[in-house]
Design a protein around this ligand. Structure first.
Ligand code: KG4
Ligand code: ZN
Length: 347
């Protein structure tokens, strides 16, 4: 029937950091496939992502990951309406692998190319379950590289309200995990350990940067954890090795509580500022159950309560579903890129 709306099938690609990912998503929300090749094992011994290693691993994995995403979805290149790529922000030598693959496929298959901002895509993963968002909406994106608050008018209209002036929340989790001698990536390990700890055991600082600020700062908190473990003058021996498991769990729980306190208070502040009816939460740190619960309690406690939309846990950390999903809206708006598209570390 000629009047039936045609499905829009998009292949999304993500290589901004240490995950090589591809996904096929129909009409922005029906996930046909999602393949993620994680490089955690390669970076573990360095305690963080090594850009050169990440880039080489993307080169090795990009073809098999793309192949699997198309096979799992049962989709042939001719069925696609566009190829979407997260081209910013991220590690340039990692991004360039996905950008080159996407441009090549777009050219070979004669399909439109769509450029996606990785942070906006993280936010989109919170909107996967809901088509009609009650506006205004405030979005908190908490990842390894960024901590940002947005005023979200639609998937394509975002105004940055505040962001971190130093470490990102995920970066603070990873650095504190290193101090506590926990394996990389730190976030999930701190969360696991914090379940056995007392979040009130140590009163770590909560940097609010003034009563009107919507920016974040986590480097002071990280330093406070370091001082706690090494002594104020940093001359003392690192006595993490001699600490009991309970002491380490208490540090993890108290640190996590301080991060979450700031994230919740600033999100509340931003929501009040713009009169938000909806709060969106996405990014790797949004996988943290205690953060999810705390934001939910904050939203329920507002009068009237604010509606909370949180990214499903499997789409909090880097994936390509969020890229293909956001690309649907760009496709509908006719916002295409051309083959001069470049990766950018900022954005
Ligand atoms: O969004 P993401 O996968 O990559 C970036 O765009 O940076 O986020 C990765 C970050 C890492 O810092 C990781 O430690 C953190 O998300 N993370 C968590 C949890 N799971 C991942 N942080 C706290 N609790 C978690 N459960
Ligand atoms: Zn990310």
């Amino acid at each position: 029937m000629g009047s039936e709306k045609k499905d829009i099938v998009i292949l999304g690609i993500e290589t901004s950091c240490d995950e090589t990912a591809a996904a096929v998503v129909v009409n922005g929300r029906e996930v046909r496939s999602s393949v993620v090749a994680s490089q955690t094992k390669l970076h573990e011994k360095y305690g963080g992502v090594v850009p050169e290693i990440a880039s080489r691993a993307h080169i090795e994995k990009i073809y098999p990951v793309l192949r699997e995403a198309l096979d799992q979805a049962g989709v042939a290149p001719e069925d696609l309406d566009a190829v979407a790529i997260a081209n910013q922000p991220g590690l340039t030598i990692a991004l360039v692998v996905g950008v080159t693959a996407a441009k090549t496929l777009s050219f070979m298959w004669n399909k439109p190319l769509i450029a996606i901002n990785h942070l906006h895509a993280h936010m989109q993963s919170a909107m996967l379950s809901e088509e009609d968002i009650e506006l205004p909406a405030v979005a908190l994106v908490v990842s390894g590289g960024h901590t940002s608050l947005y005023d979200c008018e639609s998937p394509l209209e975002l105004t940055l309200l505040g962001s971190t002036i130093d470490d990102a929340a995920g970066e603070a989790f990873d650095k504190v995990a290193t101090i506590l001698r926990l394996p990389y990536p730190g976030g999930p390990n701190i969360e696991r350990l914090a379940r056995q700890g007392d979040p009130k055991a140590i009163s770590f600082p909560r940097s609010m940067l003034g009563k009107d600020s919507l920016d974040f700062s986590f480097s002071g908190l990280k330093t406070a954890v370091l001082y706690h473990c090494r002594g104020q003058d940093m001359k003392g021996e690192d006595h993490v090795g001699q600490m009991s498991e309970q002491e380490i769990a208490d540090i993890a729980a108290s640190f996590q509580a301080a991060v979450i306190d700031v994230l919740v208070k600033k999100t509340k502040r931003a929501a009040e500022r713009i009169g938000a009816r909806t709060v969106l939460l996405g990014g790797g740190v949004a996988a943290n159950g205690t953060l999810r619960d705390a934001i939910e309690t904050m939203c329920d406690g507002c009068r009237p309560p604010r509606k909370l939309l949180v990214a499903p846990k499997r789409y909090c950390t880097d994936n390509a579903v969020m890229v293909a999903s956001l690309a649907y809206y760009k496709h509908q708006a006719g916002l295409f890129a051309d083959l001069s598209l470049e990766p950018s570390s900022t954005g």
